[in-house]
Design a protein around this ligand. Structure first.
Ligand code: DLL
Length: 432
């Protein structure tokens, strides 16, 4: 099912809506936000200079740092009394980035999420178990309100208390699981520890996962373990949270809600806009935001965009899976590698579990990585031959697929600390 006719418009019509809303947004930030007025002045541009969609390239970029410098409300375009909701992203250092929503922003958010869950196959007959943490993080509230709009029964479980999550999913007959893909895998693992068969004892049929990247190998594991159809969706707090894009059942990339978000892909070094199918940094301009209308937000997420209509009937452009971030690329002995690529290799190596931890360290001025990985069967650890064989298999796969020779530490099942929200997969021990 397709939630909105706007998802099926001819490209000219989508672009007409985008241009109209882009012009409005540009006028709005110029009038209401001194920071942007200053930036426009520095570049010698006025809102009237934006006459075509390509003219967006005249506009300044916005970064997380700009939001931090204007903490907490410096980039808001409305009076505090018009804000009805706040969220914030969990900055590990310094100020978090704060986002605000007006009443209409919340309505738009619901609409965007309703489209995404519908395209994943969720209907008003479903019961959706939300295992994202409720709080400042946008994931739980975002999905919650859109699922209600579709008419699904929402279980606002939140994160933590993993065994109870399994019990409630079982007792309530949850058919849809919402959360991070890494936590979903932990839920499967815990269900098995509790003596359940997640395929038979739970009724999950659809997964809507997001908030962190996942590989195809991870999707296969989720499908296999729960007997579900796992989909992924994408978003970020600074542009309003989840709701920017999501996968339909054709799994052809994530459909962008293009009437709400204008996405570009740029070369992160030259800042030149790249064409369809070219990987680069995703830059997003929300087109209808009242409270926090950021312009050309640099996400640091690496993806590409495909504008061909999809077999599902939607005409909206599709973004690829996020391949990594411009800031998480590891350079190991001159080889560029993303943690997601390491994950893909691990998940495709038989005998290796779903949990791993990459440590980057410095050895004699050279960056090196070591990877702790859990074996699925701890009897391997008792036989030197079996251990060596598995060790060699992981090493060989890493070299054949990625051209790297990381140090591999095989550890027993469940030895690596689990997280309940976004997984922490990389520890950087290099001296700064
Ligand atoms: O993670 C919003 C969200 C919540 C999206 C729930 C989807 C579902 P932040 O905490 O601000 O917001 O983190 C945003 O998370 O820039 C990406 O690096 C990463 N991210 C989010 N979804 C995906 C995804 C939410 N599907 C940052 N694939 C983004 C890859 C993702 N990375």
């Amino acid at each position: 099912m397709i939630w909105s006719l706007n998802e099926t418009l001819p490209r000219e019509d989508i672009e007409e809506i985008q241009l109209k809303n882009l012009k409005k947004t540009v006028r709005r930030v110029y009038k209401k936000i001194p920071y942007y007025r200053e930036q426009f002045k520095k570049l010698g541009i006025k809102p009237k200079d934006i006459q075509t969609l390509e003219d967006i390239q005249l506009l300044p970029f916005t970064t997380k740092d700009d939001l931090r410098k204007n903490y907490p409300f410096g980039l808001f375009a409305v009076e505090p009394r018009e804000i009805v909701r706040y969220h914030a992203s969990s900055g590990t250092t310094g100020n978090p980035t704060v986002v605000g929503y007006t009443r209409r922003d919340l309505e738009d958010w619901k609409e965007c999420i309703a489209r995404l869950v519908t395209m994943a196959g969720v209907t008003n007959r479903d019961t959706a178990h939300i295992s994202f943490g409720y709080g400042l993080f946008t994931g739980a509230f975002g999905l919650h309100q859109g699922l209600e709009k579709v008419g699904a029964g929402v279980v606002p479980m939140s994160s933590g208390n993993t065994r109870k999550q399994i019990k409630l999913m079982k007792d309530f007959g949850a058919t849809v699981l919402i959360g991070t893909p890494s936590y979903a895998l932990r839920l499967a693992e815990t269900a098995i520890e509790m003596g359940l068969d997640p395929r038979k004892d739970l009724s999950l049929r659809v997964g809507c996962f997001g908030g962190e990247g996942s590989t195809e190998a991870m999707r296969n594991k989720l499908n296999e373990q729960f007997g579900m159809f796992a989909t992924e969706n994408y978003g970020l707090s600074e542009c309003g949270g989840p709701g920017i894009s999501g996968e339909c059942i054709a799994l052809n990339g994530q459909h962008i809600n293009e009437d709400y978000f204008l996405c570009e892909v740029i070369d992160p070094d030259t800042k030149k806009v790249l064409g369809p199918g070219e990987y680069g940094e995703l830059v997003i301009t929300p087109l209808r935001k009242q409270a926090l209308p950021v312009i050309r937000y640099r996400t640091k997420d690496i993806a590409c965009i495909d504008y061909e209509p999809c077999e599902c009937g939607r005409t909206t452009a599709r973004m690829s899976k996020v391949q990594g971030r411009t800031d998480d690329m590891l350079i190991i002995s001159g080889v560029n590698v993303f943690p997601s690529q390491i994950e893909e290799v691990l998940y495709n190596t038989e005998g290796i579990g779903t949990n791993y931890l990459i440590t980057i360290y410095n050895d004699n001025y050279i960056d090196k990585i070591s990877i702790d990985v859990e074996v699925t069967d701890d009897s391997v650890l008792e036989s030197i031959d079996a251990l060596e064989e598995l060790h060699k298999k992981v090493q060989d796969n890493m070299y054949t697929m990625l051209g790297i020779h990381p140090k591999i530490n095989l550890v027993e099942p469940k030895a690596i600390k689990r997280t309940e929200g976004k997984a922490q997969r990389v520890i950087d021990k290099r001296e700064k």
